[in-house]
Design a protein. Structure first.
Lengths: 134, 134, 134, 134
């Protein structure tokens, strides 16, 4: 029941003309955390199929505090807030000593062969339950 | 009471390794529509101050259908769904014959001089009311 | 013997923290011009295979003048400066009344089936010769 | 006389629809290495002014081998190949066991106050000479 932790490197170009990390780039950083959780770690821990096709159905993000570029990475904590038959929800926080943003995403496993959404399999469910927080 | 219409050019690089327009890039396209509504049109119609500092407080987006790259632009309709004292909410649809995504953003006018949120002024309110849909 | 002309839309986010169009984004704009020349126009004019795999071997770019974001598109002129057996060179200028950058790219046709570089075919050569400038 | 070494994190989104790291993103990675060398390290070692305004005059890049996304960072080695009165040239290699690309950039110190190019000062010259390779 632990959160997944990813240290995301900011790029200088993530800043926009206002000299803050651009709001859209926050979602880019969340993508990196999600890729680490779904692909890199998921593959190692027996839920390989999560890396073969998961579609984003929805994002929500609340910007708490502006973020400025710095060479040190920022911490992204990710957890699972809901597991359904054919979808699941991730929660995220971008933070260091302070929280920069809170977000959530609804994800749908997708069969590339059949080109349509599919149900979660047992391995995936077990893997996701390890991050479940309610 | 008309929606703001912007025709957004897709870039080939908006596609990701799955050969669809990447989900984060949808928000990049919405940014372009918003910039057109706030900066370009806003300046012309007497609400100049909207281009001098508006902060994003929240985004929500529902992905309805995958979008593939094509040379023709995609249509983005934007409207105002709520006007408060010191914040307002935009609604959006990305579409052509079909809807690809629906989204909304909460925006907060920001004083660059005082480095803090500020109330909407009368010109801004009048401008935004022209796009109000409830 | 005409140059290919593409009108590239700048995105607000192409600016970096210095409030100029970021130098890397110039190459993103050139990619759009090249995609239009190779994919969109190439397909229409019988050189379809150019859109099925061309690899970049080299880029050179000289920055002549800083570019700031504006809603109006910028003009990109592209021509062919050299045609070899298995590679060709494009020249580009980004401009309106003034030139912002001059660039060139070496491109190599690539066989996706055989996963290796291949020679230009007759249709491709004929298509490229229409843009040849020496 | 040592090369500057930066370990650049690839982002999943650096891949394009061909499932390789997009050629333009190589220059984004070089930007990160340069920012580390000019801003982060430069500030620490007494050449602060390099972080206050350096303009890119030219890039050249040769793509040696396609790069695919992986969670491990890629190594970027940067050195100084030429120092002039008012410009200097960086050389780069992107590599791990194999070289993915070789590149060079011409940079021009820029006075933000006077809005024009300026000469290198002594601290900058000394700092850059530490990376000089001929």
């Amino acid at each position: 029941m632990a959160r997944h932790v990813y240290h995301a490197t900011l790029r200088w170009s993530d800043m926009d003309a206002y000299q803050h990390i651009n709001n859209v780039q926050y979602l880019r950083l969340l993508e990196e955390a999600r890729v680490d959780m779904m692909f890199t770690l998921g593959q190692r821990e027996g839920a390989k199929t999560l890396s073969e096709g998961v579609v984003i159905a929805r994002h929500e993000i609340d910007y708490v505090r502006p973020m400025v570029w710095r060479p040190e990475p920022v911490r992204i904590e990710t957890w699972v807030s809901k597991i359904g038959a054919a979808r699941f929800t991730l929660g995220y926080e971008i933070l260091d000593e302070t929280v920069y943003a809170r977000a959530s995403s609804v994800l749908v496993p997708y069969s590339l062969d059949e080109q349509r959404p599919r149900r979660l399999n047992e391995d995936e469910r077990r893997y996701l339950e390890g991050f479940l927080e309610s």
